[in-house]
Design a binder for this molecule. Structure first.
Ligand SMILES: [Zn+2]
Length: 466
């Protein structure tokens, strides 16, 4: 009963939650710490973004089941100042904070519709300027960062020999990957901005006092995650996750900043989910295949079906998203809703009772977050014979792990009390071998539009298909 997860840094499967000797074990005081890179709030998030957030959400749910709800601390940041947010504010002639507040609200609305658990802390870059400046000053003092002629501050990658360990990028490749186009103040092309000096023609009214010795301006993008994870989760975190597109340079830079500043391991485990393709192609505005949640809702799809479809591929493999896959997901959700509704008509579990019926679902998730296998196991389990006590609770636990909220589904069947009473009488008659009475009651039920499916230890009530 442990979560085995691929680690992008060591390129191996490792058990989550194992800490080095001397580190306190996971407890309420020292919870499992989990950091996820969040969205940049300047436009609607698309389903490729949401695939990453959904994978992280399943991970979060699994961690809660594994270590306890109160022993997990999840932080996901909001990037509310960078070139894109400032650019959007300028285009719309509105203050930056107004733009980012608007898109944050819409992001939250979409997250709620997709049943994503809210992170425990959702820090914003603009409310952590002090923390970022402090970190940059430490890096400057230690010789890992330098001031450029224009007053910007850069991280000196030559000062950190382990640079490139996560992405395995070599120096030669680095020079090809990063062009000098964005800046000509750097000592080395691989160096990246920690602090960007204010440029009146680009930055409008967005600026803060800089680190000692630097110009006024704004933080570079990478430093916010290092500063916010340090503030809210400490110097060493248990797990850092994000989309594979963030692996280089963002996560590589986070490691460099944090480890040089704090002098210790930044994250014990790194997890990256793969790209989403739409109709076999990379998403892009020009191809018209860049769907937002609103686009798909307008086509009549439910958020739960979208969630299901996005979990139907292995998180570490590219997933091809199509509208056909959404139709299939919609009917899968309807089937599961029906199964659950039937289960509830004749079993009332004590909240703590759990059968082992749905254990394969959780076992699949614990094995490198294999969500397609978990969904398959979910269907097999619902078909595995008559329901026994503890099955409904186990079903609900499996649904929780996958984040499938079936109450949102339009299909609701619950038999009225008088139908349940008739069914009980028929079941009792059948058990007493009073077949005449049982038959009469069956006819009575059929006339009322209900049929009973008998199992060995119980029965299911379902509406007669018209
Ligand atoms: Zn980040």
């Amino acid at each position: 009963m442990a979560i085995r997860l691929f680690d992008s840094l060591t390129r191996d499967y490792r058990i989550l939650g194992q800490r080095e000797p001397g580190a306190p074990p996971i407890s309420q005081e020292h919870p499992f710490t989990f950091y996820t890179c969040g969205p940049t709030v300047y436009a609607p998030a698309h389903i490729g973004n949401f695939r990453t957030f959904l994978v992280n959400d399943v991970l979060r749910r699994l961690l809660e089941l594994e270590f306890g709800k109160d022993r997990v601390k999840h932080v996901r940041n909001l990037t509310d100042v960078d070139d894109r947010t400032i650019g959007q504010a300028k285009r719309e002639h509105r203050p930056l904070s107004e733009i980012t507040r608007h898109w944050t609200e819409l992001f939250h609305r979409d997250c709620d519709a997709l049943n994503l658990l809210r992170p425990h802390v959702e820090p914003t870059a603009t409310s952590h300027i002090r923390e970022q400046v402090d970190m940059i000053e430490v890096l400057m003092r230690k010789g890992n960062a330098y001031r450029a002629p224009d007053g910007s501050v850069y991280f000196k990658i030559g000062s950190f020999p382990e640079y490139g360990a996560l992405s395995r990028i070599r120096e030669r490749e680095l020079k090809v990957t990063i062009t000098v186009a964005d800046d000509d103040h750097k000592d080395d092309v691989g160096d990246f901005a920690l602090w960007k000096a204010y440029k009146p023609e680009e930055d409008g009214d967005v600026q803060w006092p800089g680190p000692t010795g630097a110009a006024a301006g704004r933080p570079g993008w990478h430093i916010e995650c290092s500063a916010m994870s340090k503030k809210h989760l400490g110097n060493t975190i248990d797990l850092h996750s994000g989309g594979v597109d963030l692996l280089f340079p963002h996560h590589e830079n986070e490691i460099a900043q944090s480890q040089c500043c704090n002098g210790t391991t930044f994250s014990r485990h790194w997890y990256h989910s793969e790209f989403l393709l739409v109709d076999g192609k990379k998403m892009s505005k020009s191809l018209g295949n860049l769907y937002t949640l609103d686009d798909l809702k307008a086509k009549g799809f439910s958020p739960m079906a979208i969630r299901y479809a996005l979990l139907s591929g292995h998180p570490r493999k590219q997933l091809n998203f199509t509208l056909e896959s959404l139709h299939a997901a919609e009917s899968a959700i309807a089937t599961l809703s029906l199964d659950r509704a039937r289960m509830t008509t004749f079993t009332k579990d004590a909240p703590a009772s759990l059968s082992s019926r749905f254990d394969p679902v959780l076992a699949s998730l614990r094995d490198d977050l294999n969500s397609p296998a978990a969904l398959g196991a979910l269907f097999i389990a619902t078909k595995a014979g008559p329901t026994k006590p503890g099955d409904l609770s186990a079903f609900d636990r499996a649904l929780f792990a996958l984040g499938l909220d079936l109450s949102a589904s339009p299909i609701q069947i619950s038999a009225p009390a008088e139908i349940c009473a008739l069914a009980e009488r028929r079941w009792t008659a059948k058990k007493a071998k009073d077949y005449a009475a049982a038959d009469a009651l069956r006819k009575e039920l059929a006339a009322a539009g209900w049929s009973m499916l008998d199992g060995k230890d119980g029965y299911k009530l379902e509406p007669v298909k018209k």
